[in-house]
Design a binder for this molecule. Structure first.
Ligand SMILES: [Zn+2]
Length: 400
């Protein structure tokens, strides 16, 4: 399987200038090619696009500076555009797993900038990475590369940091002793409640978030194109990068731990994009990163040969006692703890949900109606179930 390894780099002044040129050229080539694709009825072939947007463009006065940079990332930009269109079409036809892909967009100058080098455009020599027409780069090797990389992407993020991102082939771990199964219930303040009773709190982003909101209000008052506006933009980008880094660090550590310690991991399939539409909660939900967590778990499950079960979002995981299967029905959100009428056990709401998720994940459940993936929900059923589902209920409570 393929994996990405990312390292920070510190290019010198000359290299930064060269990178700026390279990013600009890649962006222009991408945008020119995309404009052509949007104009024509049938998607032009890769080779034709390269001919028009690179080879011929270099001869024109407006684009002759394209020959100042390496040709490899420029060709790659067009190839990547082809892949982006392909993914978009596949997503439209429903042939693609995961989140739906929107159609390729024009690249902007102030967004994250990238340029990708394939084999032949880069080499690694004695701790340094050589890029065509850029030179040798000093890299912070935070961990060793597991194998020879097939490509490298140079990234400059909005906060002005530079990274190299390598694509490498990694061997999935095959032998694994028998580990237990676990269910995970995701929330906002308590990010994860595990079925073994462990609760993991989410990092607190509220302080940084308040700073961002204040800066965003200032940004709105600044004149477009002014230096003061640019300064605020950079400040916001740095704060956002900080939140993102904190979250990714937290999610990576948690997902690695959960995957390494367990053989089967059951997660709930949350309708994140639907929930984000709720204005009051959207910020907290996006910052929590549930979807990101699932993506990480999926990748790591593959890497360590573990099984990841994503259970249907219509499972009423908070309506049953996980120990005896007694159904108490819908609960008010304020109820965090309750005593089961049947078995007399004192139950924490989130732990109970996590246990139920685990039970469904491993295929044990008290109600045959909810077992396995056979339960298909028709549209009518979906509408009926909405009111019984905890997460939606939660959102509705916040609405009024
Ligand atoms: Zn019970």
């Amino acid at each position: 399987m393929k994996a990405r390894y990312r390292y920070r780099i510190y290019p010198n002044q000359q290299q930064q200038t060269n990178f700026a040129k390279l990013f600009g050229c890649c962006r222009v080539v991408w945008n020119d090619a995309l404009a052509l694709c949007r104009q024509s009825k049938k998607l032009p072939k890769n080779g034709d696009l390269q001919k028009v947007c690179i080879t011929q463009a270099k001869l024109t006065e407006g684009r002759q500076w394209l020959s100042e940079v390496s040709n490899i990332p420029l060709q790659q930009a067009i190839r990547d555009l082809g892949v982006a269109f392909n993914n978009f079409f596949k997503s439209l036809k429903g042939e693609r797993q995961g989140k739906s892909v929107s159609r390729p967009k024009f690249k902007k100058r102030h967004n994250r900038q990238t340029a990708r080098f394939r084999q032949g455009g880069f080499s690694i020599k004695r701790n340094k990475v050589y890029l065509a027409k850029i030179g040798n780069l000093k890299v912070k090797w935070s961990r060793p590369l597991p194998s020879e990389p097939t490509s490298v992407t140079v990234i400059k993020d909005c906060a002005g940091r530079y990274f190299l991102s390598f694509v490498v082939e990694v061997e999935p771990e095959t032998k694994s002793p028998l580990y237990p199964a676990i269910g995970i219930d995701l929330g906002i303040k308590t990010f994860a409640t595990l079925s073994n009773g462990v609760k993991v709190n989410s990092p607190d982003y509220s302080k940084l978030d308040r700073k961002i909101r204040k800066a965003q209000r200032q940004l709105a008052r600044r004149q477009k194109g002014s230096r003061r506006r640019e300064r605020i933009r950079l400040r916001i980008a740095k704060l956002q990068a900080k939140i993102r880094d904190t979250r990714q660090n937290f999610l990576h550590k948690l997902s690695t731990k959960v995957i390494q310690d367990n053989q089967l991991i059951a997660l709930e399939d949350l309708n994140v994009s639907g929930m984000v539409k709720n204005r009051k909660l959207s910020r907290a939900i996006s910052q929590a990163g549930w979807r990101e967590f699932r993506t990480m778990c999926e990748a790591k499950a593959q890497k360590f040969s573990r099984e990841l079960q994503v259970i249907s979002r219509w499972q009423p995981t908070s309506q049953y006692c996980a120990d005896c299967g007694f159904k108490w029905g819908k609960l008010d959100l304020s109820v965090r703890e309750l005593v089961c009428l049947n078995c007399g056990e004192t139950i924490d709401r989130d732990s109970n949900a996590a246990k139920n998720i685990k039970n469904v994940g491993v295929g044990h459940t008290h109600d045959a109606k909810w077992t396995g993936s056979e339960c298909k929900t028709s549209i009518e059923a979906v509408c009926g179930e909405l009111s019984t589902h905890l997460k939606y209920e939660q959102l509705r409570l916040f609405d009024c």
